[in-house]
Design a protein around this ligand. Sequence first.
Ligand code: NDP
Length: 458
Amino acid sequence: MTATPDSAIPHAAENRVIEPLYAEILRRNQGEKEFHQAVREVLETLGPVLAQRPEFVDARIIERITEPERQLIFRVPWSDDSGDIHVNRGFRVEFSSSLGPYKGGLRFHPSVNLGIVKFLGFEQIFKNALTGMPIGGGKGGSDFDPKGRSDAEIMRFCQSFMTELHRHLGEYTDVPAGDIGVGGREIGFLFGQYKRITNRFESGVLTGKGLGWGGALVRTEATGYGCVLFTAEMLRSRGESLDGQRIAVSGSGNVAIYAIEKAQQLGATVITCSDSDGYVVDEKGIDLALLKEIKEAGRGRVAEYAERRAEAVFVPGTGVWNVPCDVALPCATQNELHEADALTLVRNGVKAVAEGANMPTTPEAVRVLQEAGVAFAPGKAANAGGVATSALEMQQNASRDSWTFSHTEERLAEIMRHIHDSCYTTAERYGRPGNYVVGANIAGFELVADAMLAQGLI
Ligand code: NDP
Protein backbone atom coordinates (compact mmCIF):
# COMPACT_ATOMS: atom_id res chain seq x y z
CA MET A 1 0.00 0.00 0.00
CA THR A 2 1.40 3.43 -0.90
CA ALA A 3 1.15 6.69 1.01
CA THR A 4 -1.38 9.35 0.11
CA PRO A 5 0.70 11.91 -1.84
CA ASP A 6 -0.70 14.94 -0.01
CA SER A 7 -0.63 13.16 3.32
CA ALA A 8 1.59 15.67 5.09
CA ILE A 9 -0.41 18.67 3.93
CA PRO A 10 -3.21 19.70 6.28
CA HIS A 11 -6.54 20.64 4.73
CA ALA A 12 -7.75 24.24 4.90
CA ALA A 13 -10.18 23.72 7.82
CA GLU A 14 -7.52 21.87 9.80
CA ASN A 15 -5.07 24.66 8.99
CA ARG A 16 -7.31 27.21 10.65
CA VAL A 17 -6.99 25.37 13.97
CA ILE A 18 -3.31 24.47 13.70
CA GLU A 19 -1.64 27.58 12.24
CA PRO A 20 -2.44 29.96 15.13
CA LEU A 21 -1.31 27.31 17.62
CA TYR A 22 1.96 26.86 15.76
CA ALA A 23 2.52 30.62 15.51
CA GLU A 24 2.13 30.91 19.28
CA ILE A 25 4.58 28.04 19.84
CA LEU A 26 7.14 29.83 17.62
CA ARG A 27 6.64 33.03 19.60
CA ARG A 28 7.04 31.35 22.99
CA ASN A 29 10.04 29.18 22.08
CA GLN A 30 12.22 31.47 20.00
CA GLY A 31 15.36 30.12 18.38
CA GLU A 32 14.53 26.47 19.17
CA LYS A 33 14.50 25.33 15.54
CA GLU A 34 14.62 21.57 16.10
CA PHE A 35 11.75 21.86 18.59
CA HIS A 36 9.73 23.89 16.04
CA GLN A 37 10.42 21.21 13.42
CA ALA A 38 9.31 18.36 15.70
CA VAL A 39 6.14 20.19 16.78
CA ARG A 40 5.26 21.15 13.22
CA GLU A 41 5.66 17.57 12.03
CA VAL A 42 3.22 16.37 14.69
CA LEU A 43 0.70 19.21 14.36
CA GLU A 44 0.50 18.82 10.58
CA THR A 45 -0.87 15.34 11.03
CA LEU A 46 -3.34 15.93 13.88
CA GLY A 47 -6.00 17.73 11.87
CA PRO A 48 -8.25 14.67 11.41
CA VAL A 49 -8.21 13.70 15.09
CA LEU A 50 -8.85 17.28 16.25
CA ALA A 51 -11.80 17.43 13.84
CA GLN A 52 -13.26 14.18 15.21
CA ARG A 53 -12.47 14.86 18.88
CA PRO A 54 -13.33 18.54 19.55
CA GLU A 55 -12.95 17.88 23.29
CA PHE A 56 -9.18 17.88 22.73
CA VAL A 57 -9.39 21.41 21.30
CA ASP A 58 -11.71 22.60 24.10
CA ALA A 59 -9.33 21.25 26.77
CA ARG A 60 -6.39 23.00 25.05
CA ILE A 61 -4.48 19.75 24.80
CA ILE A 62 -2.13 21.08 22.07
CA GLU A 63 -1.17 24.15 24.12
CA ARG A 64 -0.56 21.96 27.18
CA ILE A 65 1.26 19.09 25.49
CA THR A 66 3.73 21.44 23.77
CA GLU A 67 4.66 23.10 27.07
CA PRO A 68 6.97 20.89 29.20
CA GLU A 69 5.71 20.18 32.71
CA ARG A 70 9.17 21.22 33.97
CA GLN A 71 12.49 22.35 32.40
CA LEU A 72 15.74 22.19 34.33
CA ILE A 73 18.97 23.91 33.28
CA PHE A 74 22.00 23.66 35.53
CA ARG A 75 25.74 24.27 35.80
CA VAL A 76 28.08 21.29 35.54
CA PRO A 77 31.62 22.21 36.69
CA TRP A 78 34.37 19.58 36.43
CA SER A 79 38.14 19.39 36.23
CA ASP A 80 40.18 17.60 33.55
CA ASP A 81 43.21 15.38 34.11
CA SER A 82 45.52 18.41 34.11
CA GLY A 83 43.48 20.10 36.82
CA ASP A 84 41.98 22.69 34.44
CA ILE A 85 38.39 23.59 35.23
CA HIS A 86 35.55 23.39 32.69
CA VAL A 87 31.94 24.48 32.95
CA ASN A 88 29.21 22.78 30.92
CA ARG A 89 25.47 23.19 30.88
CA GLY A 90 23.14 20.37 31.94
CA PHE A 91 19.50 19.97 30.88
CA ARG A 92 16.54 17.84 31.83
CA VAL A 93 13.17 18.54 30.25
CA GLU A 94 10.36 16.70 32.02
CA PHE A 95 7.76 16.94 29.29
CA SER A 96 4.82 14.75 30.16
CA SER A 97 3.93 12.43 33.03
CA SER A 98 0.43 11.59 31.79
CA LEU A 99 1.20 7.92 31.21
CA GLY A 100 3.98 7.30 33.74
CA PRO A 101 7.24 8.69 35.15
CA TYR A 102 9.23 10.90 32.78
CA LYS A 103 11.37 8.58 30.63
CA GLY A 104 13.98 9.40 28.01
CA GLY A 105 17.73 9.42 27.47
CA LEU A 106 20.60 11.76 28.23
CA ARG A 107 22.71 13.07 25.34
CA PHE A 108 26.29 14.30 25.76
CA HIS A 109 27.33 16.13 22.59
CA PRO A 110 28.68 19.65 21.97
CA SER A 111 25.61 20.49 19.84
CA VAL A 112 23.17 19.97 22.75
CA ASN A 113 21.02 23.00 23.62
CA LEU A 114 17.53 23.56 25.00
CA GLY A 115 15.86 23.36 21.58
CA ILE A 116 17.43 19.97 20.85
CA VAL A 117 16.51 18.57 24.26
CA LYS A 118 12.94 19.84 23.83
CA PHE A 119 12.60 18.31 20.36
CA LEU A 120 13.80 14.98 21.71
CA GLY A 121 11.56 15.21 24.79
CA PHE A 122 8.52 16.11 22.71
CA GLU A 123 9.06 13.15 20.36
CA GLN A 124 9.57 10.92 23.37
CA ILE A 125 6.04 11.58 24.67
CA PHE A 126 4.44 9.97 21.61
CA LYS A 127 7.07 7.29 21.18
CA ASN A 128 6.64 6.12 24.75
CA ALA A 129 2.87 6.11 24.39
CA LEU A 130 3.14 3.95 21.26
CA THR A 131 5.01 1.26 23.17
CA GLY A 132 1.90 0.64 25.29
CA MET A 133 4.10 0.78 28.42
CA PRO A 134 3.40 3.05 31.44
CA ILE A 135 6.05 5.71 30.73
CA GLY A 136 5.85 9.48 30.28
CA GLY A 137 8.22 11.59 28.17
CA GLY A 138 11.42 13.45 29.01
CA LYS A 139 14.95 14.02 27.76
CA GLY A 140 18.17 15.57 28.97
CA GLY A 141 21.86 15.94 28.42
CA SER A 142 24.72 18.34 28.23
CA ASP A 143 26.88 20.22 25.74
CA PHE A 144 29.84 18.27 27.15
CA ASP A 145 31.97 16.62 24.43
CA PRO A 146 33.12 13.17 25.59
CA LYS A 147 35.35 12.63 22.54
CA GLY A 148 39.00 12.23 23.49
CA ARG A 149 38.29 12.39 27.23
CA SER A 150 39.82 9.83 29.59
CA ASP A 151 37.67 7.48 31.69
CA ALA A 152 38.57 9.52 34.78
CA GLU A 153 37.40 12.75 33.12
CA ILE A 154 34.15 11.11 32.01
CA MET A 155 33.61 9.89 35.57
CA ARG A 156 34.18 13.33 37.10
CA PHE A 157 31.82 14.90 34.59
CA CYS A 158 29.10 12.29 35.23
CA GLN A 159 29.46 12.69 38.99
CA SER A 160 29.11 16.46 38.76
CA PHE A 161 26.12 16.13 36.40
CA MET A 162 24.35 13.72 38.76
CA THR A 163 25.14 15.81 41.84
CA GLU A 164 22.58 18.30 40.58
CA LEU A 165 20.25 16.01 38.65
CA HIS A 166 19.68 13.43 41.41
CA ARG A 167 17.19 15.61 43.29
CA HIS A 168 14.84 15.53 40.31
CA LEU A 169 14.98 11.76 39.66
CA GLY A 170 13.37 8.67 41.15
CA GLU A 171 11.93 5.38 39.94
CA TYR A 172 8.39 6.85 40.15
CA THR A 173 9.42 10.35 39.06
CA ASP A 174 11.98 10.52 36.26
CA VAL A 175 14.07 7.68 34.83
CA PRO A 176 16.86 8.66 32.38
CA ALA A 177 18.79 6.32 30.06
CA GLY A 178 21.54 6.70 27.43
CA ASP A 179 21.55 8.44 24.06
CA ILE A 180 24.34 9.89 21.88
CA GLY A 181 27.54 9.97 23.94
CA VAL A 182 25.96 8.16 26.90
CA GLY A 183 26.43 4.38 26.96
CA GLY A 184 27.05 1.73 29.60
CA ARG A 185 30.17 3.41 31.01
CA GLU A 186 28.39 6.73 31.62
CA ILE A 187 25.26 5.07 33.05
CA GLY A 188 27.53 3.26 35.50
CA PHE A 189 29.16 6.48 36.72
CA LEU A 190 25.77 8.25 36.91
CA PHE A 191 24.17 5.37 38.85
CA GLY A 192 27.11 5.18 41.25
CA GLN A 193 26.83 8.86 42.11
CA TYR A 194 23.03 8.67 42.52
CA LYS A 195 23.44 5.73 44.89
CA ARG A 196 26.13 7.50 46.87
CA ILE A 197 24.14 10.72 47.31
CA THR A 198 20.78 9.13 48.09
CA ASN A 199 22.10 6.09 49.98
CA ARG A 200 19.60 3.95 48.05
CA PHE A 201 20.21 1.11 45.58
CA GLU A 202 17.26 2.25 43.51
CA SER A 203 17.69 0.10 40.38
CA GLY A 204 14.68 1.56 38.61
CA VAL A 205 16.07 5.12 38.56
CA LEU A 206 18.18 4.63 35.42
CA THR A 207 18.01 2.15 32.56
CA GLY A 208 20.78 0.77 30.40
CA LYS A 209 22.57 -0.48 33.50
CA GLY A 210 25.25 -3.19 33.50
CA LEU A 211 23.97 -6.76 33.56
CA GLY A 212 25.52 -7.52 36.95
CA TRP A 213 23.78 -4.64 38.76
CA GLY A 214 20.21 -4.37 37.54
CA GLY A 215 20.57 -4.12 33.77
CA ALA A 216 18.42 -6.10 31.36
CA LEU A 217 19.47 -8.40 28.56
CA VAL A 218 18.59 -7.02 25.09
CA ARG A 219 18.59 -3.35 26.26
CA THR A 220 21.89 -2.73 24.42
CA GLU A 221 20.59 -4.29 21.22
CA ALA A 222 16.99 -3.09 21.51
CA THR A 223 16.86 0.13 19.50
CA GLY A 224 18.74 -1.23 16.48
CA TYR A 225 16.97 -4.60 16.61
CA GLY A 226 13.59 -2.91 16.99
CA CYS A 227 14.20 -0.64 14.02
CA VAL A 228 14.95 -3.61 11.79
CA LEU A 229 11.99 -5.59 13.14
CA PHE A 230 9.74 -2.62 12.34
CA THR A 231 11.20 -2.46 8.82
CA ALA A 232 10.51 -6.17 8.39
CA GLU A 233 6.86 -5.57 9.39
CA MET A 234 6.54 -2.72 6.87
CA LEU A 235 7.96 -4.90 4.12
CA ARG A 236 5.70 -7.79 5.17
CA SER A 237 2.65 -5.56 4.77
CA ARG A 238 3.81 -5.05 1.16
CA GLY A 239 4.39 -8.75 0.56
CA GLU A 240 8.20 -8.57 0.89
CA SER A 241 10.89 -9.49 3.40
CA LEU A 242 14.37 -8.34 4.39
CA ASP A 243 15.99 -11.48 3.07
CA GLY A 244 18.43 -10.62 0.27
CA GLN A 245 17.94 -6.83 0.51
CA ARG A 246 20.84 -4.37 0.31
CA ILE A 247 20.80 -2.03 3.28
CA ALA A 248 22.54 1.32 3.81
CA VAL A 249 23.03 2.27 7.46
CA SER A 250 24.38 5.59 8.72
CA GLY A 251 26.14 5.93 12.07
CA SER A 252 28.26 3.38 13.86
CA GLY A 253 27.10 3.84 17.44
CA ASN A 254 24.77 1.78 19.57
CA VAL A 255 21.74 2.00 17.28
CA ALA A 256 23.64 1.46 14.02
CA ILE A 257 25.65 -1.54 15.24
CA TYR A 258 22.63 -3.50 16.43
CA ALA A 259 20.55 -2.53 13.40
CA ILE A 260 23.34 -4.06 11.31
CA GLU A 261 23.35 -7.18 13.50
CA LYS A 262 19.60 -7.83 13.23
CA ALA A 263 19.52 -7.03 9.50
CA GLN A 264 22.27 -9.58 8.92
CA GLN A 265 20.43 -12.16 11.05
CA LEU A 266 17.37 -11.66 8.82
CA GLY A 267 19.37 -12.32 5.64
CA ALA A 268 20.09 -8.78 4.44
CA THR A 269 23.47 -7.42 3.33
CA VAL A 270 24.45 -4.18 5.04
CA ILE A 271 26.89 -2.29 2.86
CA THR A 272 27.54 0.99 4.72
CA CYS A 273 28.13 2.59 8.10
CA SER A 274 29.48 6.02 9.06
CA ASP A 275 30.56 8.50 11.71
CA SER A 276 30.97 12.26 11.62
CA ASP A 277 34.27 11.93 9.67
CA GLY A 278 32.83 9.96 6.72
CA TYR A 279 31.38 6.65 5.63
CA VAL A 280 32.49 3.18 4.70
CA VAL A 281 31.21 1.15 1.76
CA ASP A 282 31.75 -2.60 1.97
CA GLU A 283 30.09 -4.38 -0.93
CA LYS A 284 30.74 -7.78 0.64
CA GLY A 285 28.73 -6.79 3.69
CA ILE A 286 29.93 -5.10 6.88
CA ASP A 287 32.18 -7.31 9.03
CA LEU A 288 30.35 -6.67 12.29
CA ALA A 289 32.94 -8.29 14.55
CA LEU A 290 35.56 -5.89 13.18
CA LEU A 291 33.25 -2.88 13.48
CA LYS A 292 32.41 -3.76 17.10
CA GLU A 293 36.09 -4.20 17.91
CA ILE A 294 36.88 -0.73 16.53
CA LYS A 295 33.85 1.11 17.87
CA GLU A 296 32.78 -0.66 21.06
CA ALA A 297 36.10 -1.92 22.40
CA GLY A 298 38.46 0.70 20.99
CA ARG A 299 36.18 3.80 20.68
CA GLY A 300 37.86 4.31 17.28
CA ARG A 301 36.73 5.78 13.94
CA VAL A 302 35.14 4.05 10.91
CA ALA A 303 38.11 5.11 8.73
CA GLU A 304 40.08 2.47 10.62
CA TYR A 305 37.60 -0.19 9.42
CA ALA A 306 38.57 0.49 5.80
CA GLU A 307 42.27 0.45 6.71
CA ARG A 308 41.85 -3.03 8.17
CA ARG A 309 39.55 -4.58 5.55
CA ALA A 310 40.64 -4.80 1.92
CA GLU A 311 37.05 -5.03 0.56
CA ALA A 312 36.02 -1.71 2.16
CA VAL A 313 36.42 1.89 0.99
CA PHE A 314 36.34 4.95 3.26
CA VAL A 315 34.82 8.13 1.83
CA PRO A 316 35.36 11.29 3.90
CA GLY A 317 32.40 13.63 4.47
CA THR A 318 28.67 12.94 4.10
CA GLY A 319 27.10 11.11 1.16
CA VAL A 320 26.23 7.68 2.47
CA TRP A 321 22.80 7.98 0.79
CA ASN A 322 24.43 8.03 -2.66
CA VAL A 323 25.18 4.33 -2.26
CA PRO A 324 22.42 2.38 -4.06
CA CYS A 325 20.30 0.32 -1.65
CA ASP A 326 16.87 -1.28 -1.20
CA VAL A 327 16.46 -0.12 2.40
CA ALA A 328 17.96 2.91 4.17
CA LEU A 329 18.31 3.09 7.96
CA PRO A 330 19.51 6.50 9.18
CA CYS A 331 20.91 5.73 12.65
CA ALA A 332 23.26 8.67 13.43
CA THR A 333 21.60 11.96 14.32
CA GLN A 334 18.89 14.53 13.49
CA ASN A 335 18.60 16.08 10.00
CA GLU A 336 21.18 13.83 8.34
CA LEU A 337 19.02 12.77 5.35
CA HIS A 338 18.11 15.77 3.19
CA GLU A 339 15.80 16.30 0.22
CA ALA A 340 18.61 15.73 -2.31
CA ASP A 341 19.51 12.47 -0.52
CA ALA A 342 15.88 11.34 -0.66
CA LEU A 343 15.75 12.09 -4.40
CA THR A 344 18.91 10.01 -4.89
CA LEU A 345 17.53 7.14 -2.81
CA VAL A 346 14.29 7.15 -4.83
CA ARG A 347 16.22 7.27 -8.12
CA ASN A 348 18.22 4.26 -6.91
CA GLY A 349 15.02 2.33 -6.18
CA VAL A 350 14.83 2.42 -2.38
CA LYS A 351 11.76 0.57 -1.03
CA ALA A 352 11.81 1.43 2.66
CA VAL A 353 13.37 3.99 4.99
CA ALA A 354 13.17 3.56 8.77
CA GLU A 355 14.54 6.09 11.24
CA GLY A 356 16.81 4.45 13.81
CA ALA A 357 17.89 7.93 14.94
CA ASN A 358 15.53 10.66 16.12
CA MET A 359 14.31 12.93 13.29
CA PRO A 360 17.22 12.12 10.92
CA THR A 361 15.07 12.82 7.85
CA THR A 362 14.23 16.45 7.06
CA PRO A 363 10.54 17.27 6.38
CA GLU A 364 11.32 17.91 2.69
CA ALA A 365 13.00 14.51 2.41
CA VAL A 366 10.06 12.78 4.12
CA ARG A 367 7.75 14.35 1.56
CA VAL A 368 9.89 13.12 -1.36
CA LEU A 369 9.90 9.58 0.02
CA GLN A 370 6.16 9.51 0.75
CA GLU A 371 5.26 10.95 -2.65
CA ALA A 372 7.38 8.25 -4.31
CA GLY A 373 5.47 5.55 -2.40
CA VAL A 374 8.48 4.50 -0.29
CA ALA A 375 7.53 2.89 3.04
CA PHE A 376 8.71 5.47 5.57
CA ALA A 377 8.85 4.82 9.33
CA PRO A 378 9.33 7.82 11.63
CA GLY A 379 11.72 7.42 14.56
CA LYS A 380 9.01 7.65 17.18
CA ALA A 381 7.72 4.32 15.88
CA ALA A 382 10.80 2.66 14.40
CA ASN A 383 13.24 3.36 17.23
CA ALA A 384 10.80 2.85 20.12
CA GLY A 385 12.27 -0.59 20.84
CA GLY A 386 14.98 0.99 22.99
CA VAL A 387 12.68 2.74 25.39
CA ALA A 388 10.27 -0.20 25.37
CA THR A 389 13.07 -2.46 26.55
CA SER A 390 14.01 0.15 29.15
CA ALA A 391 10.46 -0.22 30.45
CA LEU A 392 11.02 -3.99 30.54
CA GLU A 393 14.20 -3.30 32.53
CA MET A 394 12.11 -1.24 34.99
CA GLN A 395 9.63 -4.15 35.28
CA GLN A 396 12.45 -6.54 36.09
CA ASN A 397 13.90 -4.09 38.64
CA ALA A 398 10.51 -3.68 40.32
CA SER A 399 10.06 -7.44 40.66
CA ARG A 400 13.77 -8.10 41.40
CA ASP A 401 13.81 -10.53 38.52
CA SER A 402 15.89 -10.98 35.39
CA TRP A 403 14.61 -12.51 32.21
CA THR A 404 16.46 -14.55 29.59
CA PHE A 405 17.68 -13.04 26.32
CA SER A 406 15.20 -15.03 24.24
CA HIS A 407 12.20 -14.14 26.43
CA THR A 408 13.11 -10.44 26.39
CA GLU A 409 13.74 -10.44 22.65
CA GLU A 410 10.37 -12.07 22.07
CA ARG A 411 8.74 -9.31 24.17
CA LEU A 412 10.57 -6.72 22.06
CA ALA A 413 9.40 -8.35 18.82
CA GLU A 414 5.80 -8.39 20.12
CA ILE A 415 6.02 -4.71 21.05
CA MET A 416 7.42 -3.73 17.63
CA ARG A 417 4.61 -5.68 15.90
CA HIS A 418 2.08 -3.93 18.13
CA ILE A 419 3.55 -0.49 17.30
CA HIS A 420 3.58 -1.29 13.60
CA ASP A 421 0.00 -2.50 13.62
CA SER A 422 -1.30 0.41 15.64
CA CYS A 423 0.40 2.93 13.29
CA TYR A 424 -0.90 1.05 10.26
CA THR A 425 -4.50 0.73 11.41
CA THR A 426 -4.65 4.29 12.80
CA ALA A 427 -3.45 5.69 9.46
CA GLU A 428 -6.17 3.71 7.71
CA ARG A 429 -8.82 4.78 10.22
CA TYR A 430 -8.00 8.45 9.62
CA GLY A 431 -7.96 8.14 5.82
CA ARG A 432 -4.18 8.12 5.23
CA PRO A 433 -3.47 4.45 4.46
CA GLY A 434 0.21 3.49 4.43
CA ASN A 435 1.26 6.77 6.06
CA TYR A 436 3.18 5.73 9.18
CA VAL A 437 3.89 9.36 10.14
CA VAL A 438 0.19 10.09 10.47
CA GLY A 439 -0.46 6.71 12.11
CA ALA A 440 2.31 7.12 14.73
CA ASN A 441 1.45 10.71 15.60
CA ILE A 442 -2.28 10.17 15.97
CA ALA A 443 -2.02 6.83 17.79
CA GLY A 444 0.48 8.26 20.31
CA PHE A 445 -1.36 11.55 20.67
CA GLU A 446 -4.76 9.97 21.36
CA LEU A 447 -3.36 7.87 24.22
CA VAL A 448 -1.73 10.86 25.89
CA ALA A 449 -4.60 13.26 25.22
CA ASP A 450 -7.18 10.84 26.67
CA ALA A 451 -5.06 10.48 29.82
CA MET A 452 -4.77 14.27 30.09
CA LEU A 453 -8.53 14.67 29.82
CA ALA A 454 -9.06 12.04 32.53
CA GLN A 455 -6.52 13.61 34.90
CA GLY A 456 -8.02 17.12 34.86
CA LEU A 457 -6.48 20.50 34.24
CA ILE A 458 -2.88 20.04 35.42
P1 NDP B 1 25.99 6.83 19.77
O1 NDP B 1 26.66 7.95 20.48
O2 NDP B 1 26.24 5.43 20.21
O3 NDP B 1 26.32 6.89 18.20
C1 NDP B 1 26.02 8.01 17.44
C2 NDP B 1 26.55 7.79 16.04
O4 NDP B 1 26.10 8.84 15.22
C3 NDP B 1 28.06 7.80 15.98
O5 NDP B 1 28.46 6.99 14.91
C4 NDP B 1 28.35 9.27 15.69
O6 NDP B 1 29.60 9.50 15.06
C5 NDP B 1 27.23 9.62 14.76
N1 NDP B 1 26.93 11.05 14.88
C6 NDP B 1 26.52 11.71 15.99
N2 NDP B 1 26.37 13.02 15.74
C7 NDP B 1 26.70 13.16 14.46
C8 NDP B 1 26.74 14.27 13.60
N3 NDP B 1 26.42 15.51 14.03
N4 NDP B 1 27.11 14.06 12.31
C9 NDP B 1 27.42 12.81 11.87
N5 NDP B 1 27.41 11.73 12.65
C10 NDP B 1 27.05 11.90 13.90
O7 NDP B 1 24.43 7.18 19.81
P2 NDP B 1 23.20 6.21 19.58
O8 NDP B 1 23.52 5.19 18.58
O9 NDP B 1 22.69 5.81 20.92
O10 NDP B 1 22.11 7.23 18.98
C11 NDP B 1 21.98 7.49 17.59
C12 NDP B 1 20.62 8.10 17.31
O11 NDP B 1 19.60 7.20 17.75
C13 NDP B 1 20.33 9.42 18.02
O12 NDP B 1 19.48 10.20 17.19
C14 NDP B 1 19.54 8.97 19.25
O13 NDP B 1 18.74 10.01 19.76
C15 NDP B 1 18.72 7.86 18.63
N6 NDP B 1 18.17 6.90 19.59
C16 NDP B 1 18.99 6.20 20.43
C17 NDP B 1 18.44 5.27 21.30
C18 NDP B 1 19.30 4.38 22.12
O14 NDP B 1 18.73 3.46 22.74
N7 NDP B 1 20.59 4.55 22.17
C19 NDP B 1 16.98 5.10 21.42
C20 NDP B 1 16.21 5.83 20.43
C21 NDP B 1 16.81 6.72 19.59
P3 NDP B 1 30.76 10.26 15.86
O15 NDP B 1 31.34 9.23 16.76
O16 NDP B 1 31.67 10.74 14.82
O17 NDP B 1 30.10 11.40 16.62
